[in-house]
Design a protein around this ligand. Structure first.
Ligand code: 4AD
Ligand code: MG
Length: 436
């Protein structure tokens, strides 16, 4: 008999014969009736064996199957007032496909209190929990929405090398790898390549891919390998054009998730708030606001995590917005390739996007004029001409352009209000973890 998914049972009628495949989520033995809660990728269903009706051997053995064993159950659908779904499956027989060892190394019940570290050691068991899978169903839908959005807007989806000779992100440390008789680095961002592809004539490009950062950060928002969503666009008027696209991206993506992930959002008790307009405030305005709250930062300072959190709360209170673009970051805390405004050598035409109090993206207009870029590199102690592949871009018709780098894992974390970014990535990498 062909397999029926648990979610398909609602389309069937009383008495229909079915074969279900899945995992044993729970068993209950009331001596005369025995229940097995079966779980597959689409949901959970109560199955039942009854003394005198179910074949004796099946009845005797059904509740002996250890939790999380993979089994196949054949039986028939029966309406039931007491079953949660309004129906259950009366078992004729079952087959164990792969028995689970006991005891289980982690608690896989919905209220599991196993800590995150142990859960990740056994992520394949942890992810059997519907709430964990809901996170990754939503993440998968988020990627689909983002891809759709950029494709609709005429962006080209690109794939750039992750084995590289150099990077341009100051501050973001790189992992060195042996590359035959040379040294190479794992890519710290597709920055060089996305700018290259704008200059190459694609004009508008995006990439969703791995980004590596050798930062020894032990925080709830840092990973050593994360998924970057990078975008770059040419012939922009100013950096506002980039923010406009990102604002539309979030409206589209959040709408899409709201429409397509109803049951998963309900399970996680998440309400998706679609921004009407994302407030844009300058770094100076942000620092003035923070000062009033007792947080003082210097003109050349970056926002620290405490400042971002505070700003997030203020924006929610003042603008009813989970998001804020903070613009005009000080030159001191930005990389050499960010354009400076005509009238302010200490500023940059840049922004960060903060969502529920955490930075999820950094963007900027790039300096596309070779002479000025060279000067800016000098100022940061970088010799542009030693990066020939990069510097050449600006000598043969490179249009004004700008873009952004977002962290997908952090986006999922912020959307679902997860307290640790590790909850938003299947197999996290951090300074202490290289397995599983
Ligand atoms: O702010 P970052 O370092 O910016 C860039 O990489 C620039 N090339 C962006 C640009 O186009 N101007 O990284 C971009 C985003 C961050 O805002 C954050 O969401 C995420 O990537 N990110 C991390 N996520 C998890 N773990 C880490 N260690 C991260 N570092 C950055
Ligand atoms: Mg940043």
């Amino acid at each position: 008999m062909t397999r029926t998914y648990i979610s398909e049972l609602s389309n069937l009628k009383d008495g229909d014969k079915v074969t279900l495949n899945g995992w044993v989520a729970a068993v209950k033995d009331l001596s005369k009736v025995k229940f097995v809660i079966l779980r597959d990728r689409t949901g959970e269903i109560q199955t039942v064996a009854v003394n005198g009706k179910t074949p004796e051997e099946t009845f005797n053995n059904i509740t002996k199957i250890p939790h999380e064993s993979a089994i196949s159950i054949t039986g028939s659908l029966k309406e039931s007032k007491i079953a949660k779904a309004g129906y259950e499956v009366v078992i004729d027989n079952f087959e164990i496909l792969n028995k689970a060892e006991t005891p289980l190394p982690i608690d896989t019940t919905p209220k599991s209190n196993t800590n995150i570290d142990k859960r990740i050691d056994y992520r394949f068991l942890d992810a059997r929990r519907p709430k964990v899978r809901a996170i990754f169903n939503i993440r998968s839908t988020m990627v689909r929405a983002i891809t759709e959005f950029f494709d609709n807007e005429g962006f080209t989806n690109i794939t750039t090398p992750k084995l590289t000779a150099a990077g341009v992100e100051s501050g973001a440390e790189m992992f060195e790898v042996k590359y035959f008789n040379k040294n190479a680095f794992l890519s710290q961002s597709p920055q060089i390549y996305k700018q290259m592809m704008v200059a190459a004539g694609f004009e508008k490009v995006y990439e969703i891919g791995p980004v590596f950062r050798a930062e020894k950060s032990h925080t709830t928002r840092h990973l050593t390998e994360f998924t970057g969503l990078d975008m770059e666009m040419g012939f922009i008027k100013d950096v506002g054009d980039v923010m406009d696209v990102i604002e539309d991206l979030f409206k589209y993506t959040l709408n899409y998730i709201k429409e397509n992930c109803k049951s998963d959002l309900e399970l996680l008790e998440i309400e998706v708030n679609i921004p009407k307009e994302i407030p844009r405030i300058s770094m100076k305005e942000a620092k003035d606001l923070l000062k009033k709250e007792g947080k003082t930062l210097k003109e050349s300072d970056d926002l620290d995590s405490e400042a971002e959190e505070l700003l997030g709360k203020l924006m929610l209170k003042q603008h009813n917005s989970e998001f804020v673009f903070v613009t005009d970051y000080p030159w001191e805390v930005r990389p050499f390739y960010h354009m400076k405004p005509e009238d302010n050598p200490k500023g940059t035409c840049s922004f960060d996007l903060i969502w529920n109090g955490v930075e999820i993206a950094t963007g900027a207009q790039r300096e596309h004029r070779y002479d000025i870029l060279k000067q800016q590199a000098d100022e940061k102690g970088i010799n542009l001409d030693e990066m020939k592949e990069y510097s050449d871009l600006f000598k043969f018709g490179c249009p004004p352009h700008g873009g952004i780098g977002l962290g997908l894992d952090r986006m999922v974390q912020r959307l679902l209000k997860l307290n640790n970014v590790r909850e938003a990535i299947l197999l996290p990498r951090d300074p202490e973890r290289l397995t599983p």
